[in-house]
Write a protein that binds this ligand. Structure first.
Ligand code: FAD
Ligand code: UDP
Length: 402
């Protein structure tokens, strides 16, 4: 991997994905590349690695940010605490193929994600489970009684379309208001009744004491962090990485055959059909002179009384021992980097129109969370990237070199 950083050509820090920045400043624009990949997040990096290592393609991967890893980027802050610059990223999947693939580049630290929610002046497990109900209502229900308790409150909805329907149908309006309505309004800037059902359906409702946030069989953190994993993924000699570089600047300067674009699809087409809405976040990072701040990695704040949605404390995720601790508050926002495609029918319809436009541009492949306008988790992006490369290889008749 050769890493060139337009934003900071001399930087050679090893923990931020710029390790090789000063090693080789020659650049290879004149030599040409088989592929230009826009975006060095999961989507772009996995495709770069596969095209280079499996099919011997020469790849230039660019990112407008000064680092690799996309939103999964992690770094040691000035106090030496490993943090996630773009909020908490917990790896979880049921796809063995994805685990096998990523395990080539990282070892794993077993980690089960547990979340508490601050409700009615208490910290209770989220997803709602038996413990949550017993604490909230000062009860001592068994799992069967908890099922009956929720069934008595549930308001059956005949056709479940929205994020409100999903929750109200299972637990009724009171718990919906306490845990979901306001959190969702803060997070998305719209009411759950205007949001696709898939959004709140991500969070299970349980009547046992199971308190894992995710149901997936594989839940782990990359042992040395995400950035280290990306560095290994992009270390193939056929891959050149150019950071601090926007696609629009590089496209005329570089010879390349095909394009893979993992940025926002509407931006690629200069928003010619209108802007696809995205939700952004402001991250407030703090380091505290104490060993721990809260008892779990994430505490959610579903009430209207504070503007942040959650606070993350990284040492629970990473297992790092340190006398200080770092935390991040997340404040949802309309403006800023596009972190979340907003799943609702009008947006899906606009995306379909961009997709139809993309069919007239076979020279470019769109992928990733922004290129596909899908609320994908990391494992889904990796799975999509692996399949996309297989599809490209078949279409182009590429031979495997490894
Ligand atoms: P990205 O990581 O967004 O990468 C795209 C890259 O393209 C960016 O670095 C961007 O700078 C670059 N780019 C865009 N346009 C251009 C351009 N014109 N020129 C140059 N570069 C460009 N998933 C999980 O599985 N578990 C979690 O716990 C989890 N937590 C999350 C928490 C937050 C706050 C957020 C926002 C997401 C979370 N995710 C989580 C989702 C995860 O971040 C994504 O699934 C994954 O990172 C998407 O990878 P990607 O490569 O598609 O996109
Ligand atoms: N959600 C909520 N209250 C919570 C947690 C989640 O209302 O305490 C809803 C909210 O709409 C959120 C969605 O469920 O956006 C999905 O939650 P998840 O934790 O998966 O969101 P992410 O980690 O992707 O931000």
């Amino acid at each position: 991997m050769r890493v060139l950083n337009d934003a900071n050509q001399q930087s050679g820090a090893s923990r931020n994905g710029k390790a090789a920045a000063s090693r080789d400043q020659r650049g290879t624009a004149a030599e040409g590349f088989d592929y230009l990949i826009v975006g060095a997040g999961f989507a772009g990096s996995v495709m770069a690695e596969r095209l280079a290592a499996q099919y011997g393609q020469r790849v230039l991967i660019v990112d407008r940010r000064p680092h690799i890893g996309g939103n999964a980027y992690d770094e040691h802050n000035s106090d030496g605490v490993l943090i996630h610059r773009y909020g908490p990223h917990i790896f979880h999947t049921n796809a063995q193929r994805v685990v096998d693939y990523l395990s080539r580049f990282t070892e794993w630290r077993p980690y089960r994600h547990r979340v508490l929610a601050s409700v009615d002046g208490m910290l209770v497990p989220m997803p709602i489970n038996l413990t949550t109900l017993n604490l909230l209502y000062s009860l001592n229900l068994s799992p069967e009684q908890a099922e009956a308790f929720l069934a008595a409150r549930a308001e059956p909805v005949s056709e479940i379309r929205t994020s409100e329907d999903v929750v109200v149908n299972k637990v009724g309006r009171e718990l919906y208001e306490k845990f979901f309505r306001c959190y969702t309004r803060k997070q998305w800037g719209i009411d759950p009744s205007d949001l696709d059902r898939s959004v709140t359906a991500r969070v299970p409702i349980r009547t046992t004491t199971e308190d894992s946030y995710f149901n997936d069989v594989f839940q782990c953190m990359p042992r040395e962090g995400y950035t280290r994993m990306f560095e290994k993924m992009l270390s193939h000699p056929n891959i050149e990485v150019k950071l601090g570089t926007d696609y629009k600047e590089v496209r005329k300067r570089v010879n390349f055959g095909k394009l893979i674009y993992t940025g926002p699809i509407d931006e690629y087409f200069d928003h010619c059909l209108g802007k696809l809405p995205y939700r952004s976040l402001i991250f407030r990072h703090e380091t505290l002179d104490q060993e721990f701040f809260q008892s779990v990695a994430v505490v959610n704040y579903p009430s209207e009384s504070v503007r942040h949605t959650r606070i993350t404390e990284y040492k629970h995720l990473t297992g790092q021992q340190h006398r200080k601790t770092s935390i991040t508050y997340e404040y949802p926002n309309d403006e800023g980097d596009p972190y979340y495609p907003i799943p609702r029918p009008a947006n899906a319809a606009l995306f379909k129109r961009y997709q139809a436009l993309a069919e007239f541009h076979p020279e470019v492949t769109f992928a990733g969370r922004l290129g596909s306008y899908r609320y994908y988790n990391m494992d889904q992006v990796v799975a999509q990237a692996l399949s996309t490369v297989e599809r490209i290889a078949e279409k182009e008749g590429m031979n495997q070199v490894a």
